[in-house]
Design a protein around this ligand. Structure first.
Ligand SMILES: Cc1c2[nH]c(c1CCC(=O)O)Cc1[nH]c(c(CCC(=O)O)c1C)Cc1[nH]c(c(CCC(=O)O)c1C)Cc1[nH]c(c(C)c1CCC(=O)O)C2
Length: 346
């Protein structure tokens, strides 16, 4: 680990004292960066992912360009599904598209088991290289079972997840088996990332907000509990749980052995703390669309989020979802500097 290592992000995850509010951005490596677009012209998404030199360069770029306090591994939530038999492609502007969607219980039983060292050596090599080079913590990540299953069942992005939920209601045994397999994969994958050098891990459950509280409790919470408990048992790296439109699930999430909860822009930090009584560290939550508005609006909102975050220990600034291709690099540079300067003074 380099000498000038900045652990502000990790300290905030543990609710320890910090000199300023740390910040990183979901999808901080991506098409809003001219350098990314240039590399992407030459390679497919998975080629970029599978060549460690490229993966390392793309992971480092936003740290150097924006001055953020954490790096997130350049990969996708779909990356570990390819080796277990999911025929997935990432299409620009669309997202993951699956050639062999799950329709019957047989499709669930056909899924293989992940062996990170032999299936994904490029990911672990990239993490080891980054661990030597980075002066900020590297966040490893994985998709949560519900969100992975939604792509595997729908065959691609969806608006209402009705096939996923239909499968869950109509074939509960197959659903449970699918959740179990994906939970094991997530634990195995994250443990391997931690062993290779990831300093924190985030689990993306982007689409789980499609479920009501009762269904979340019944069909998803048990596996999420198992995942966080098994990671906690194996290591002391902070774990972060994030989803979109999931404010109604926050009190359920609060009961999981996850360390940090990620908020989208629909739930303010004040609401989470004062109305829902959440004591865990919180990450978020500027609406990424606001980055397309005038600077004064961005600054006002960032100040409001920082003020709310500062009332309690444990706030990591982030967006409420990933940044968009239309966002200017300069906007994120200015926002990062503002967050650091403002939170140092307050
Ligand atoms: C649901 C989900 C996916 N992928 C991911 C999630 C969870 C977070 C979220 O909700 O956004 C997570 C993800 N995807 C990517 C990262 C890398 C790290 C980072 O945040 O910088 C991470 C953490 C790279 C990526 N993943 C993807 C890109 C764009 C790929 C390209 O260059 O075409 C990147 C940089 C593709 C992808 N992959 C997925 C989507 C919805 C898309 C975007 C489609 C598009 O707008 O083109 C599935």
């Amino acid at each position: 680990m380099p000498k000038n290592f900045n652990d502000t992000f990790l300290r905030a995850c543990r609710q320890e004292a910090v000199d300023y509010t740390p910040v990183w951005y979901m999808r901080q490596a991506g098409r809003y960066q001219p350098e990314y677009r240039k590399i992407r012209e030459k390679y497919s998404f998975f080629e970029m992912n599978e060549i460690p030199e490229v993966c390392v360069e793309v992971t480092r770029l936003p740290v150097e360009q924006l001055g953020v306090d954490a790096a997130i591994l350049f990969a996708d939530i779909m990356t570990p599904l390819k080796p277990i038999g999911v025929d997935v492609d990432i299409r620009s502007g669309i997202g993951p598209v699956i050639g062999n969607p799950i329709r019957h219980w047989e499709d669930v039983y056909r899924l293989g088991e992940l062996d990170p060292e032999s299936h994904l050596p490029f990911i672990l090599d990239s993490i080891r290289m980054l661990e030597e080079q980075l002066t900020v913590p590297l966040i490893g990540f994985a998709g949560a079972p519900f969100t992975l299953a939604s792509y595997m069942i729908e065959g691609g992005p969806s608006k209402n997840y009705h096939q996923t939920k239909g499968f869950m209601y109509a074939q509960p045994k197959a659903w449970e088996a699918l959740m179990d397999k994906l939970a094991s994969l997530t634990v195995t994958y994250l443990k391997a990332q931690i062993a290779a050098g990831a300093k924190a891990v985030q689990i993306f459950d982007s689409w789980v907000g499609a479920l009501n509280r009762e269904d979340y409790h019944r069909y998803v919470a048990p596996v999420m509990h198992r995942i966080f408990a098994e990671i906690k048992e194996a290591s002391d790296v902070p774990t972060i749980y994030f989803g979109i439109g999931a404010g109604h699930l926050l009190t359920e999430w609060d009961r999981l052995p996850a360390d940090v909860l990620g908020l989208d822009w629909r739930t303010t930090i004040d609401t989470a703390r004062e109305e829902l009584g959440i004591q865990k560290p919180l990450q978020g939550n500027l609406d990424p669309s606001l980055l397309l508005g005038p600077w004064e609006m961005i600054e006002d909102k960032a100040r409001e989020i920082l003020d709310q975050g500062a009332k309690h220990s444990g706030h990591i600034f982030n967006l409420g979802h990933g940044t968009y291709p239309e966002v200017r690099v300069e906007t994120l540079q200015r926002l990062t500097a503002f967050i650091h300067d403002y939170s140092k003074q307050n």
